[in-house]
Design a protein around this ligand. Structure first.
Ligand code: SIN
Length: 272
């Protein structure tokens, strides 16, 4: 297996692995290490049935139900994300980390490209360790004790966006969880910023107005090109990202074309 970094801080292509084959525990450990080192990794030209895809994901931990969407037939943990030729909205087109409104947000998200437009439809990723590292000592100290309220209610529950997945539980948008603004990664021990513009309502014990200036500053850092990696999908690319230390943004720049992705999330622990 060969790991080819794609930028100075985030993203790597992993070559030389056929994920449909039997992968030893040692290889899975190496893949996990590449994920810990580069935060987003991708594999080109993978030929996986739903069963094989599910099996590969299971090597990283128990799979997690996505509370707002059903799985595909026979595979409750594989969610199909589709934007059709006639739709204008797309799923995940805002900077976020997945399901921050849960007590136990997923640690890993996988996306397997089943059909992609000829141009566009890339996904952007941001390195949230880099966002933390670049803060001043004063800002780090100010953020260290803060907890943030993360809610599912902020996600635009626009019919069109949720047409992209087999929607369920739309009445559960009151779901929320309180997590530290600065979280320490349970495997690498590194710190990252854990607030995002689509789930975070504000800091605990602060008014929304008091929270907003600091949050706005942090969200601006997320969009800095220096901390980002842009994944250009090809059909049959499988990507996985570490949801504990990244954010992502699905580019909605391919109107009139179809994009189909299969998504799996892997259970994570409580952010600490
Ligand atoms: C997501 O936000 O999980 C979807 C990302 C994408 O479709 O590129």
């Amino acid at each position: 297996m060969e790991v080819i970094p794609q930028s100075s801080t985030i993203g790597a292509e992993v070559r030389g692995l056929d994920l449909s084959g039997k992968l030893s525990d040692k290889l899975i450990e190496q893949v996990n290490q590449a994920l810990l080192d580069y935060q987003v990794i991708f594999f080109r030209d993978q030929n996986l049935s739903a069963q094989r895809y599910n099996d590969f994901a299971l090597r990283f931990g128990p799979l997690q139900d996505y509370m707002f969407a059903d799985g595909i037939d026979g595979f409750p943990y594989i969610t199909e994300i589709v934007k059709t030729e006639s739709e204008s909205e797309s799923f995940g087109s805002f900077w976020h980390s997945d399901s921050a409104y849960l007590e136990l947000p997923p640690k890993i998200t996988m996306l397997y490209a089943r059909q992609i437009p000829e141009q566009g439809g890339d996904t952007l990723f941001a390195d949230m360790y880099a966002v933390y590292d670049a803060l001043s000592p004063g800002m780090k100290a100010a953020l260290a004790p803060l907890q943030a309220i993360n809610s599912a209610s902020v996600v635009p529950r626009d019919e069109d966006i949720y047409a992209a997945v087999k929607s369920k539980n739309s009445d559960k948008s009151e779901q929320f969880a309180i997590h530290p603004v600065i979280r320490r990664h349970d495997e690498t021990g590194k710190k990252s910023v854990y607030v995002n513009g689509i789930h975070t309502l504000g800091f605990e014990d602060f008014t929304p107005e008091e929270s907003l200036p600091l949050l706005t500053y942090l969200y601006q850092q997320v969009t800095r090109p220096e901390y980002s990696f842009r994944l250009r999908w090809q059909q049959d690319t499988l990507a996985m990202w570490d949801n504990r230390c990244t954010q992502h943004y699905a580019l909605n720049d391919y109107h009139g074309h179809r994009r189909v992705m299969h998504r799996i999330i892997v259970e994570g622990g409580r952010p600490g």
